[in-house]
Design a binder for this molecule. Structure first.
Ligand SMILES: [Zn+2]
Length: 345
C-alpha cells in the first residue's frame, strides 16, 4: 500500500509538473547555484529493466534526454563542475550526466543518443571484465536467478541445493545473492570457475546461454570499444579495477591505480583520469583522503541530492535516475524541488 504522504507528494509533483511552476522554480536563484548529477547504469538488451531498476529501456532513456533538451537544461562536464566548485559561474539549470560501469549496452544504446544530442557525459569504467571478455558474474547470476524464479539450482561450492526466489520477490533474491557473493569471495572462486558455473545455472533455468554470450549480456566494453567511446567524446573515468572499495587504504589505492593504468593503456586520447565513482556507492571514512593522495578531483556517491558550492568534491551526491521515477518526479528533481538529501535503498 502506498502511504498517504506519498500520494499527496505525488499529486503535488504532478500539479507542479503540469503547471508552469516548474519552469519558474527551475530558474530560481536557489536552483541556479546548484548542479544535479544524473546517474545511469545499464540499458536493456532484453528485459533487464524488469529485473533491476539499475537498467532502463533505451527508448525511455531517449525520452529522458529529450526532456532535458526540451526543458532547456544545460549539461556540463565534470571538469566544468570542478570549475564551479572553485568559484566559476554556471548556466541556469545545470546538470551533469554520468553512467557507471561501462557495459556494452552503453555503446549500443546510450552512446548514439548522447552523441546525437551533443550531451557531454562521463562513463565510469571498471576494468577487470574489460580485460576478460566474459559476462560480469555478479549481476549476470542475479539476473539468471530472476529468470529462473521458483526453480532449483546449485553452485559447485555451495554444499546444498538452492531455490531461486519467486521473480517478484526482490528482497529475498538480493538477500540470497548477497549471501552467495560473500561465500564465493571468501573462497576466492576463480573467474573461469564462476563463468562455467554461470553457464550451468543458465542451462538449469532453460536460458539459451549461447545466445546470452553472443548478445554480450552483462558484458563490458572491449578495450577497443572503450577507446572508441573516448574518441567519440565520452569522458571515460575511474571506477576501480575490480568494482570494489576495500577497507584497507592501500588496497583501495591499488584498485584505483590498477584501474587508471589499464585505462591509460587502452586510450590513445590521454585525458587526465581524475574523476571517480565509488562502486555501488560504497565508501569509508578514509576514502576521500586516499583519493586526494592519488590526485583524484571528484568522486560521486549513490546518495541523492544536489551539488552545492560547499559540497565535498570527493563525496558528490547524484540522482540515480530509474524507470521507477515518474517524469513528474524527475522534473521536480531537475527544477530543484527535491532538496532533501537521502541515501538510496
Ligand atoms: Zn558500478
Amino acid at each position: 500500500m502506498i502511504p498517504a504522504q506519498s500520494l499527496v507528494l505525488n499529486a503535488l509533483l504532478r500539479a507542479v509538473h503540469f503547471s508552469g511552476l516548474r519552469k519558474v522554480v527551475g530558474r530560481s536563484r536557489w536552483r541556479s547555484d546548484r548542479i544535479l548529477i544524473l546517474a545511469y547504469h545499464g540499458f536493456s538488451k532484453r528485459d533487464e529493466h524488469l529485473w533491476s531498476d539499475l537498467y532502463v529501456e533505451p527508448s525511455w532513456f531517449c525520452r529522458r534526454i529529450e526532456f532535458l533538451r526540451k526543458e532547456g537544461y544545460v549539461p556540463l562536464s565534470l571538469d566544468q563542475l570542478v570549475d564551479y566548485l572553485r568559484g566559476a559561474e554556471i548556466p541556469e539549470r545545470s546538470v551533469v550526466v554520468t553512467i557507471d560501469d561501462g557495459f556494452h549496452d552503453f555503446l549500443k544504446f546510450a552512446f548514439p543518443i548522447l552523441s546525437s544530442s551533443a550531451i557531454p557525459a562521463t562513463l565510469y569504467v571498471t576494468t577487470y571484465y574489460v580485460c576478460h571478455h566474459l559476462p560480469v558474474f555478479d549481476p549476470a547470476l542475479s539476473y539468471l536467478m530472476w529468470k529462473g524464479g521458483g526453480k532449483r539450482f546449485s553452485l559447485p561450492w555451495e554444499k546444498q541445493g538452492l531455490l531461486a526466489p519467486a521473480r517478484g520477490d526482490h528482497v529475498a533474491r538480493s538477500r540470497l545473492h548477497a549471501g552467495l557473493r560473500a561465500t564465493w569471495q571468501a573462497l576466492g572462486i576463480s573467474t573461469e570457475e564462476k563463468h562455467a558455473t554461470l553457464l550451468n545455472v543458465g542451462k538449469a533455468f532453460g536460458v539459451d546461454m549461447d545466445e546470452f554470450l553472443a548478445e554480450r549480456m552483462f558484458g563490458l566494453l572491449s578495450p577497443e570499444e572503450v577507446e572508441n567511446c573516448a574518441v567519440g567524446g565520452i569522458d571515460v573515468q575511474l571506477h576501480t579495477h575490480r568494482h570494489r572499495v576495500p577497507f584497507d587504504d592501500q588496497l583501495f589505492a591499488n584498485e584505483i591505480s590498477d584501474n587508471r593504468r589499464r585505462l591509460q593503456g587502452i586510450m590513445r586520447t590521454q585525458r587526465p583520469l581524475k574523476h571517480f565513482c565509488y562502486p555501488s556507492g560504497e565508501y569509508h571514512e578514509s576514502s576521500p583522503s586516499v583519493l586526494r593522495t592519488l590526485e583524484v578531483e571528484t568522486a560521486t556517491t549513490c546518495e541523492f541530492g544536489y551539488v552545492t558550492r560547499s559540497s565535498n568534491p570527493l563525496l558528490l551526491p547524484r540522482l540515480l535516475d530509474s524507470m521507477t521515477i515518474s517524469e513528474a518526479r524527475f522534473s521536480a528533481w531537475l527544477a530543484g524541488l527535491m532538496g532533501v538529501r537521502y541515501r538510496r535503498g
